[in-house]
Design a protein around this ligand. Structure first.
Ligand code: BGC
Length: 376
């Protein structure tokens, strides 16, 4: 069990909105020089190799937000740095090979978002043998000598989901549910924290969970199958709400409801990540809420920290704002605040922050819904 202490809110400046995503959508390891032709500087720490290892590509955030956010910050701060990038496609042993390849290629710092929070300890031990510092990115790596952890307050993410759904059930006249609960991957420490935060709220509020699943790999397809099973077992007229741990699994659950002839507009569904498709579903009334996590500041903080480690410097002043026990010790942490989003505050959160623009959200199919919601 992790124990976190948040000392203060982090203020990580979000800079330019335009992201210069370099690299293509390939699934193998790629090496990109952050930028080239950057003058004649040859001082130590002005160039170097940073490995960025992300866990999967079925969830939109990694290729569309985390990777470009990280790359553009590295390009800005260290134009001659090279990023060794890999995505493990939900495969822990593939991630292990990718990490080994990055070490062989000369990575000097590793930013690792683990597929499996426990087995990634082997990667960290291997990196530490070569004196390569490791930043545990978004998901905590357990029982290993991790240098830093950057994430959100993940128990709070679960609490926001649980509270938002409980409030809506109450408003709908179904305060005790029952609900179906679709959690994330059992190998992801975050999924455990989301589950913990939400289950605490549901038990406090007396919401009955009639079926609960852990979803291997966070796969939207598997979430759809789980929801189909739940509908068969519980009955489509009995289910009053659905807890889905993220927007991908919410999409799967909503698809299952639609094919069973249920109206998702009548059955509130939670989510997380503020994916574009989820924001559109929220505007259209098909998904009740999501959790907005400002991924760009998260990715940028990881880039800033990686460069500080590369240069042997301390982290930027004020960035580290807590510590997290990963079983091996207190890991200095950068913890960001998540925000619950329903149709009522899409404008004040997602749009105000430039996470998505009205143009991106209000495509033809959503124009009317956007007008009704006062967006556009
Ligand atoms: C992340 C979520 C993401 C999920 C699936 C979690 O660890 O925090 O943002 O939706 O993994 O990749």
């Amino acid at each position: 069990m992790t124990k976190r202490s948040i000392l203060s809110l982090v203020a990580v400046a979000a800079t330019a909105l335009a992201l210069g995503a370099c690299g293509s959508d390939d699934d193998g390891a790629t090496s990109t020089s952050a930028a080239t032709g950057g003058g004649a500087s040859t001082q130590a720490g002005e160039s170097g190799k940073i490995a960025l290892l992300l866990p999967e590509s079925k969830t939109a955030r990694y290729e569309s937000q985390d990777r470009p956010g990280f790359e553009s910050k590295v390009a800005e701060l260290c134009p001659d740095c090279e990023i060794i990038y890999s995505n493990a496609d939900q495969d822990a042993s593939k991630q292990q090979s990718q990490a080994e390849a990055a070490i062989t290629e000369g990575a000097q710092v590793m930013v690792l978002d683990p597929v499996d929070s426990a087995s990634a300890a082997a990667v960290v031990n291997r990196a530490s043998q070569s004196d390569i510092p490791v930043i545990s990115y978004d998901r905590l790596i357990l029982d290993a000598p991790v240098d830093y952890y950057i994430s959100f307050d993940n128990v709070k993410v679960g609490e926001l989901q649980g509270t938002s759904l409980s409030d809506k059930l109450e408003e709908d006249g179904n305060p005790t549910g029952p609900i179906v609960k679709i959690n994330g991957a059992p190998t992801d420490n975050n999924a455990k924290l989301f589950k913990q935060g939400s289950n605490d709220v549901f038990s406090e509020r007396g919401v009955e969970i009639s079926k609960e699943y852990d979803t291997p790999d966070w796969s939207p397809d598997k979430a759809q199958q789980e929801m189909e099973q739940a509908i068969t077992a519980v009955g489509k007229d009995t289910i009053k709400g659905v807890y889905a741990a993220n927007d991908g699994t919410a999409g799967g659950a909503i698809a299952a409801m639609k094919s069973a002839g249920m109206d998702p507009k009548q059955i509130p569904v939670t989510g997380q990540d503020a994916e574009l498709a989820a924001i559109q579903r929220i505007i259209a009334g098909e998904q009740y809420m999501t959790v907005y996590k400002a991924i760009k500041p998260e990715a940028e903080a990881a880039a800033e920290l990686a460069i500080a480690l590369l240069r042997g410097e301390d982290p930027p002043e004020g960035m580290v704002n807590g510590e997290t026990d990963n079983g091996q010790g207190a890991v200095p942490s950068v913890l960001l605040e998540p925000v619950a989003v329903t149709e009522d505050n899409v404008q004040d959160t997602i749009i105000a922050d430039g996470f998505w623009t009205p143009q991106q959200i209000c495509t033809k199919a959503y124009q009317k819904a956007c007008e009704d919601a006062g967006i556009g």
